[in-house]
Design a binder for this molecule. Structure first.
Ligand code: 5RP
Length: 229
């Protein structure tokens, strides 16, 4: 099975966690797109759900496929969010934000009764940190914020290489108008402490560590979909 086939298998398995009448958070990225397509197909068969998207891209896809869309303003409490991840560890802690939607993804996931992560096998890690940690920052004073991120890493005896994310040669702008600094750390021994330290930095809007947010991971493998809960 290719990674994409594994993603699709996990996405289809996630349908089981969505009940008729549910308010559903839709993640962002290629795996989440498979889920949006599968959910839309089910909805066309009369399965009634209302969805909140975590990015403009997911909104456009879901709407174009006929899914009923709403907003978190109108529906502040969702039943379930289904989203992909860049990494997950044995405690279902995640790194997300490879697609740049981490802030809205975190708001939507934490507004849901539970979060289901769908992934291919490559996303499973023993310790978080191989994937560069996306940190969403206010564009004002980005170098000062970067210095404070470095200081936070030093407190934990970590070293990180920071790169301002670019798109078409210009700073990447998130749906919320912020920039992203990708921090390559390699190994994050204490994701919870790093979460707290990063959150305490003025200028950091949020970051891609999802600590104690995910309840279930569905991972596509060559031998079927494995469930971690
Ligand atoms: C977007 C995300 C995605 O869920 C993550 O990047 C995984 O993407 P993909 O499903 O394309 O592998 O966090 O911000």
């Amino acid at each position: 099975m290719t990674a994409d086939q594994q993603k699709k298998a996990a996405a289809i398995a996630a349908l089981e966690y969505v009940k008729a009448g549910n308010k559903v958070g839709l993640g962002t990225g290629s795996t989440a797109n498979h889920f949006i397509e599968a959910l839309a197909e089910k909805a066309r068969g009369g399965f009634d759900v209302e969805c909140v998207a975590t990015s403009r891209a997911s909104f456009q896809l879901a709407q174009s496929l006929g899914l009923k869309m709403t907003t978190l303003e109108k529906q502040p409490h969702l039943d379930v969010t289904v989203d992909g991840a860049d990494e997950f560890d044995a405690n279902w802690q995640l790194i997300k934000g490879g697609g740049g939607a981490l802030l809205v993804e975190k708001i939507v996931a934490t507004s849901s009764r539970y979060m289901v992560v769908i992934a291919d096998q490559s996303k499973k890690v023993n310790a978080l940190g191989r994937f560069p940690l996306p940190v969403e920052v206010v564009p004002f004073g980005v170098n000062a914020t970067s210095w404070k991120i470095d200081r936070a890493l030093r407190i934990l005896d970590l070293k990180g290489k920071q790169v301002l994310r670019l798109k078409d040669g210009k700073p990447f702008v998130t749906d919320s108008g912020n920039a992203i600094i990708d921090v390559t750390i390699g190994h994050i021994p204490d994701p919870r402490r790093l979460d707290n330290l990063l959150k305490s930095i003025p200028g950091v809007v949020d970051h891609g560590l999802f600590i104690d947010i995910c309840g279930i991971v569905l991972m596509g493998t060559d031998d079927g979909v494995q469930t971690f809960r």
